[in-house]
Ligand binder design. Structure first.
Ligand code: FES
Length: 103
């Protein structure tokens, strides 16, 4: 199926240096704002089940609240275990007041 840009939240929903949880088209997505840029990842940690939006964002690193794995929100790469798989990332664009992801 072809991917399309879909609104996931409003720009005002996403605080600077914090993660915002949203659910769109059955997907749980975390949206982040760092240095006035927006990023989006799958919200469920690939290690077990925890929401990354409940974790701690430091720069471009999100720390899982359950076992402390750290991911790069720009690439999804694992920076520190115990997670071994990258978290999925989504392209983001801003259209007016909307944060849109390519889903
Ligand atoms: S559930 Fe995220 S590190 Fe274990």
């Amino acid at each position: 199926m072809e991917k399309t840009w879909i609104k996931v939240c409003e720009t005002l929903d996403v605080q600077a240096d914090a993660a915002f949880a949203c659910e769109v088209e059955g997907r749980m997505i975390a949206v982040y704002q760092v240095d006035e840029r927006h990023f989006a990842t799958e919200n469920v940690c690939p290690h077990a089940y925890a929401l990354l939006s409940d974790g701690w964002l430091e720069g471009i690193e999100i720390e899982c609240p359950l076992h402390g794995a750290r991911f790069d929100i720009t690439t999804g790469a694992v920076l520190e275990g115990p997670a071994e798989c990258a978290v999925k990332t989504y392209p983001v664009r801003i259209e007016g007041d909307e944060v849109q992801c390519l889903l």
